[in-house]
Design a binder for this molecule. Sequence first.
Ligand code: GRF
Length: 180
Amino acid sequence: MIGVLVSGSGSNLQALLDAGLPVVAVASSHEDVRALDRAEAAGVPARVFPLADPADRSGRDTAMADWLAGHGVTLVVCAGFMQLLGPAFLGRFPDRVLNVHPALLPAFPGAHAVEDALAAGVSVTGASVHLVDEGIDTGEVIRQEIVPVLPGDTAETLHRRIQVVEHRLLPAVVRELIAA
Ligand code: GRF
């Protein structure tokens, strides 16, 4: 049973739903994001867990982990979730929290991976699915796929092509993990 963490548009959540994977709960860091509409449209329970007090990350993490576990979640997928998770969350799902990142990690971690790859002038970048630890995109890489940088690419055009890959890669890895 999969729980998905989101913060924004939720196109990767949609890819998991469209793949028919057992998404049973969606937790968002923010209200009024498109990902919540997607969860509602799919009939999946969703709830917002704002980080109201950054000093109390463990309180937010515990509440979110409790809620997901209460829905039977055994695998957590961060799909555009833009906040760090601490031990109060990760300790509840050991080696069972994944993230999808728009670069070939360990290159270009962080929130501006596509812009950073363009600024570095690389000829290829890509998408990575990796385990989440307490660092910023530092967990073990499970699978990656290359995406070429094309002449004239902007962050927007490049990110769009990376997301096409993400939407295939992420459901494939999740399907394998839940079958294992
Ligand atoms: C994805 O490109 C993902 O790699 C990055 O944030 C983006 C989220 O997009 N972490 P979406 O919310 O799934 O549409």
